[in-house]
Design a protein around this ligand. Sequence first.
Ligand SMILES: NC(=O)c1ccc[n+]([C@@H]2O[C@H](COP(=O)([O-])OP(=O)(O)OC[C@H]3O[C@@H](n4cnc5c(N)ncnc54)[C@H](OP(=O)(O)O)[C@@H]3O)[C@@H](O)[C@H]2O)c1
Length: 289
Amino acid sequence: MKVGLIGTGLLGAAVATRLLKCGHTLTIYNRTRSKAEPLKNLGAEIAGSPKEVAARSDIVIIIVKDAAAVESVAFGKNGIVDGIHEGLVVADMSTISPIASKKTSERFLENRIIMLDTPVMGGPALAEKGGLVVMVGGEKKSYERFRQVFEAIGEKTFLIGPNGSAHAMKLAMNLQISVLALSISEGLLLAKKSGLDPLLFLEVLNSTYFKTGMSQNKGPKMARGVFEPSFFLEVMYKDLEEIENTAKAYGANLPLARLARELYQNAVNAGFGKIDYTGILAYLEKISG
Ligand SMILES: NC(=O)c1ccc[n+]([C@@H]2O[C@H](COP(=O)([O-])OP(=O)(O)OC[C@H]3O[C@@H](n4cnc5c(N)ncnc54)[C@H](OP(=O)(O)O)[C@@H]3O)[C@@H](O)[C@H]2O)c1
């Protein structure tokens, strides 16, 4: 399978690594070329533009920051549509709103290219092990055609529905993550300010029915103040903005999501955007004095 991948940030580099390990031929492009270079040693070909990636690939996976970035690599100068050839399929793995995603798929279709929305759950570490959960929106035939690519990176893949549906699901998922990180942060902070050992707080929590993957895996790092990024806090803020816009458009009143958006926004403004999203704890510690 000739696979193309655009965007070798934290998630994109991990997905690329996994696809190469699984034996796929991979052509990559990143706006900042230096971030793509290390993947050359693993066998990736580096292209000079999204157009070149598309021309050399059966499927092009996009993993860039937001909807504006997707639009730029898809339809900008030397974009994916300029590399069109028979049977080309695009899979957008960036997290964007279902509304923007639907529009993007329609624009691709006007250019005779099928697009699937393929957001994922799980971070770079899981991607490298093939342990992501992949949600797919769009044409079943194209999903089936490239299923082995999605199954290389995903332990589970779900065909959710038509274009946009997978992104609606993804935003509902990220709402869980953002609020959970806040809830564990506030628990840790309260325990610490009460004179308790934050690691003991986690030990008790993780002995109960209310433990989560986050309290078990990220919790100990949070308690120790280690916020090495697997998912930048500023990217979580972007997702909360998408959640708020989507909720408004679809008529869902989500007070908790609004509050989370405000807190993550304040954290970004206070300079915490480039640490892991669980570093929301560091921001809460700062405002606690
Ligand atoms: N990290 C995770 O755990 C995770 C999990 C699920 C979904 N996601 C989603 O995956 C996407 C990427 O996340 P990430 O964690 O890999 O973020 P990241 O490390 O910040 O990488 C962002 C990528 O987007 C590119 N980009 C940004 N603006 C661009 C533009 N205008 N034109 C072209 N390229 C542009 C960046 O290129 P440069 O290097 O040139 O800046 C970089 O390759 C996001 O939508 C995120 O929500 C991430």
